[in-house]
Design a protein around this ligand. Sequence first.
Ligand code: EPU
Length: 417
Amino acid sequence: MSRFVVRASGPLSGTVEVSGATKNSGLKQMAAALLVPGVTRLRNMPRVSDLDVMAELLRAIGARVELAPDNEVVIDASNGLQPEAPYELVTRMRASINVLGPLLARCGEARVALPGGDNIGSRKVDMHLRGFEAMGAEIDVRHGFVHARAAQLAGARVVLEFPSVGATENLMTAAVLAKGTTVIDNAAREPEIADLAAFLNRMGGQVVGAGTATIEIEGVEELAPVDSAIMADRVEAGTLLMACGIAGGEIELVGTRLEHIEIVVMKLGEMGMRVSPTPDGLWARCDTRLSAVDVATLPHPGFATDFMPLAVALLAVANGTAIVTENVYDGRFQFVDELVRMGADVRTEGRHAIVRGVGRLSGAPVSASDVRAGAALTLAGLAADGETVVHDCHHVDRGYADLPGKLRSLGADVTSC
Ligand code: EPU
């Protein structure tokens, strides 16, 4: 089981290139490659551990997947697909549900294990299923599996109850090969949705409006395989900015875009940090103890829930008291108890956390409960006296491509063992 060992080592300094968003964007494009009988190449896909799970899943389905050099992934879904996603893989990674749409569209049926909840809360798929039903699929949920059938999906108007990222992606992907026009209303507007739509359009899909609340997809008869690059990881970029807020210093991030993390940058500005766009990415400087601000998570373009644990770590050492409200997941404050073990003053009540900044934390052995919780505890270690050992960092490696290495390249003392 991997652990990160962190010691405070003063302000950060330097330039780092932000990795591709394998987990939150690339995996969905791997799933969408199942739509095409041909060889798809995806570039800028660093080797996070969820990539191995998606590769295993696509192989179980019958695709040939090669993790090629230079962060390239090659998927050959030419023939022989078995439209079934086994429990062992779905339970390891929720993004497995993203194969449901492509399999249904390509094979006319799919049998996918139901993902359960996880360490950040209950994570249902009802909106995915209602959307496929609206598109004419017959859905049968039994014995822990979803069995979906539709000889030919038909375009439909789907109104999502909540702008779910996964439901928007799954429905949009399947709709590309449906007969007629699909409109997804109250669609998620995350940049990863626009990245997926651009990929589908490169293959010959007709998707308009991705990145807005209404996406219109005109079904096409067939798609062609393409060679495509994944967007930069905005959560990694935000994580490194927060690291700079916690440790102080001056850093430059190459490859990221301000408009992908605008609210995070705005909040950091309100706290007293300077962040501005550069021709290649973002520049940030923090030479003072930051002031507390309230934070409430919301779907994009609001403050993303994936930044919330990092924000709590930052607020734990800021000046003043902040109220943090988590509106997306019902169990994402689990990591708070670990932060409290490091001397943070945080109290949670339902969807809220009250964070009283204490200035300095105290290094301790702690445990990561999910990917962002582990990153938050690692960052907290940068402002803690003594040594912090973050256990269970396999969670962090699911989504970050070598977070310790990235922090080290900015002068931090973080090692992985
Ligand atoms: N929801 C439902 N029914 C559904 C779908 C979602 O009730 O049919 C609820 C979920 O239970 C949850 C909320 O809606 O409370 C948001 O879920 P959403 O579908 O938007 O999230 P997701 O697609 O499962 C992706 C990211 C998450 C990120 C969310 C929100 C990936 C692989 N995962 O999950 O990333 O938090 O969008 O932005 O892209 C992370 O990176 O740490 C992470 C958890």
